[in-house]
Design a protein around this ligand. Structure first.
Ligand SMILES: Nc1nc2c(ncn2[C@@H]2O[C@H](COP(=O)(O)OP(=O)(O)OP(=O)(O)O)[C@@H](O)[C@H]2O)c(=O)[nH]1
Length: 393
């Protein structure tokens, strides 16, 4: 019995060894799976493998990494610096320069400044939309100074005229934009004005001005009346990397404005810029809507700056509309858009004088960087077509 057991065990051992010798070479010969070559193969493998895990470099790494396809975002634009823009864009004031500057300088070059000439000077200023009161003041001062100083040469007269125009623009006014963030929150800028004045375009340009000056910006598309306005604003923002907060068409502008400021706080942006709708049929409607936007935004904190966009080509008519806005919101600065499209650059003087609010920026074209910080002396030089040195002489 014992012998049978030993023989059976020996046979079993032989069988096991024989079986192994058949299986092991096959395992050794088994080919490596092919490396994925196409994106489709890779995707299929990834699908089987489950969610992707971070690649870890190890001794087992094949060294072949298959990069995911790269979707190229359009490169962000770098807006032009704002310093010196008015000087660079001075040729855009050529219409006004031809009508006002050349005319005035021609009159002042006459040999004899008689009563008729002074009247013609007055007419030229009034035609250029300087406004009757401002014109009288400018001409009276100019006459007085000419008499006292005994000025005769055309160059001296030009310098005196330039000085009076600068004086009428009150160079002491603070024209800086209040864009420095407050503690715990961004600075908030509200942009108001009638429809077509160039609000959305100017909002986009202001965002670029701020970004050029090193600020981060969140845009609020609270002009929910015109669906395209939000698209337009988003396109402006996208070009310089500013996020745009928008609501559905016809949404409550106040809630969009509120969300934009909240987003600005969360994202830690420096400035929130809110575009509003101006398409309101009457003063009551305007008061209601803008008043609500203001109240709701102020739940986050005070509004730092309210900019009124005025179309320079509407001249004195625009001033009446402007007054309505100043009654509803506390306008802290005026942006005169489309100054390139008028021969009546004198409107800048009238606007400031009538509204008592500084012109802070001027629009000088449809290009993205055609918005310049306003500077009275540079503006007058551009308007008269004189070089700064001639005025200072
Ligand atoms: N030439 C010139 N055109 C300008 C200037 N600023 C704005 N525009 C043009 O004015 C037109 C109206 O501008 P929008 O920004 O759409 O005006 P809006 O006030 O937002 O209009 P609504 O959204 O309808 O209320 C556009 O064709 C702008 O390109 C400027 O400084 N110069």
């Amino acid at each position: 019995m014992k012998e049978y057991l030993l023989v059976a065990l020996a046979l079993l051992g032989v069988l096991i060894l024989g079986g192994l010798s058949l299986v092991v070479p096959r395992l050794r010969r088994r080919p490596e799976p092919p490396l994925p070559e196409t994106e489709v193969d890779t995707r299929a493998e990834e699908d089987l493998a489950g969610p992707p895990v971070e690649a870890v470099e190890s001794e087992f790494s094949t060294g072949i990494l298959v990069e995911p396809p790269v979707v190229e975002a359009p490169p962000l634009e770098v807006p032009e610096p704002t310093a010196g823009r008015l000087v660079r864009l001075r040729s855009r004031l050529s219409r006004s320069q031809n009508a006002l500057g050349k005319g005035l300088l021609g009159l002042l070059s006459r040999d004899h400044l008689d009563e008729d000439t002074w009247e013609e000077i007055e007419d030229a200023l009034i035609t250029a939309d300087v406004g009757v009161d401002s014109t009288r003041e400018i001409v009276d001062r100019l006459r007085e100074r000419t008499r006292v100083l005994g000025t005769r040469s055309a160059t001296e007269l030009r310098a005196l005229l330039a000085a009076e125009l600068v004086n009428a623009l009150d160079p002491s006014l603070d024209r800086s934009l209040k864009t420095t963030p407050r503690e715990g929150g961004p600075a908030v800028l509200l942009v108001v004005g009638v429809n077509g004045a160039g609000k959305t375009t100017t909002c986009g340009k202001i965002a670029r001005v701020l970004i050029a000056d090193g600020h981060s910006v969140t845009l609020g598309a609270a002009d929910t009346f015109r669906a395209a306005a939000a698209d337009q604003l988003q396109t402006w923002g996208g070009r310089v990397g500013a996020e745009t907060i928008r609501g559905p068409e016809g949404a409550d502008p106040a809630s969009v404005a509120f969300d934009a400021v909240r987003r600005g706080i969360e994202a830690g942006t420096d400035t929130v810029l809110i575009d509003t709708a101006g398409r309101l049929q009457n003063k009551i409607g305007l008061m209601d809507e803008l008043g609500k936007v203001k109240r709701v935004v102020e739940k986050h904190g005070p509004i730092d700056e309210t900019l009124l966009i005025l179309d320079a080509t509407t001249g004195q008519n625009g001033l009446e509309q402007a007054r309505v806005f100043t009654e509803v919101v506390n306008v802290t600065g005026v942006v005169l858009s489309k100054l390139d499209g008028t021969a009546k650059g004198g409107i800048v003087i009238a606007v400031q004088r009538k509204l008592g609010i500084p012109v802070k920026l001027v629009g000088l074209g449809e290009g993205a960087d055609d918005l310049a910080p306003f500077d009275p002396a540079q503006f007058v030089d551009a308007l008269l077509g004189t070089e700064p040195l001639a005025r200072d002489a």
